[in-house]
Write a protein that binds this ligand. Structure first.
Ligand SMILES: [Zn+2]
Ligand SMILES: [Zn+2]
Length: 254
């Protein structure tokens, strides 16, 4: 299983907050920078998009992506997400005011987009990869995902504050190879992080205490103004297994 992290937040920061991963070239996990991070040719290979939640930094390239691949493929692009996320996307993005409703274009019998509902902890095989949604704790309904192919599994959480089930799943997965989790703010912003349900290095440390496995931890979703401070505070945790996701890098798990 290959996971490529797409960039797209100005280039200077290695740690874009625009979340977008490419799993094996054909599935995107979140769509924060699909069109910025991929050529048109690469975008046409993406058949399915899995969304963690409805926030802009995870969905903003969706309208342009659909436009770029419109009419280029003989089957609709599938957007897999929770009922709450699909509702928000349809109501606020593909609502014929902000952007056309591509689930009815060119017509409802042959749409360009098909929405597929995901349910908590019900595994779905998407382009040969198993995605199991795990409920995490954010200000809108949000999924983390257990992503599995063959003998390897990784856990990905996008936005979340302190959470429980995610770590239970980590501890129940013997073939777990890595955990990806957010750290949005530095410790001085703890109150803002708590209100907006994100993590700081100190709450990350309490989260990691719930993990009973020794696997690499990759941090992502660093808000650009706090990157340097977050890096220093994470370094002072003294945990060598904790690193930072690098934009543009492909992670291989086999
Ligand atoms: Zn969010
Ligand atoms: Zn976010």
């Amino acid at each position: 299983m290959r996971i490529r992290v797409l960039g797209g937040d100005g280039g200077e920061s290695l740690h874009s907050r625009m979340t977008c991963l490419l799993v094996n070239e054909t599935v995107a996990l979140d769509a924060g920078s699909l069109t910025q991070g991929l050529s048109i040719q690469e975008q046409r290979q993406v058949r399915s998009i899995v969304l963690t939640h409805s926030h802009m930094d995870h969905t903003n390239s969706l309208p342009f992506f659909i436009e770029n691949v419109f009419g280029q493929t003989n089957r609709p692009v599938e957007i897999h997400a929770s009922a709450a996320t699909i509702y928000a996307i349809r109501k606020y993005l593909f609502n014929n005011e902000v952007w056309p409703d591509f689930s009815r274009l060119p017509n409802h019998l042959l749409p360009s987009v098909r929405f597929e509902e995901l349910a908590t902890e019900v595994t779905k095989v998407i382009e040969g990869v198993r995605f199991t949604p795990i409920a995490v704790d954010h200000v809108v309904p949000t999924f983390g995902f257990l992503i599995e192919q063959g003998d390897s599994a990784v856990l990905w959480s996008s936005d979340t504050g302190p959470t429980q089930r995610f770590w239970e799943v980590a501890n129940e997965t013997p073939h777990l190879k890595a955990v990806f989790i957010e750290t949005s703010f530095d410790n001085s912003m703890q109150r803002v992080a708590d209100i907006s349900k994100h993590l700081t290095p100190q709450t990350l440390a309490s989260e990691l205490a719930k993990l009973e496995r020794q696997v690499p931890i990759y941090l992502h979703h660093l808000k650009p103004p706090y990157v340097e401070q977050i890096r220093q505070e994470v370094a002072s945790l003294g945990r060598p297994e904790v690193g930072f996701v690098e934009q543009g890098r492909t992670y291989e798990f086999g």
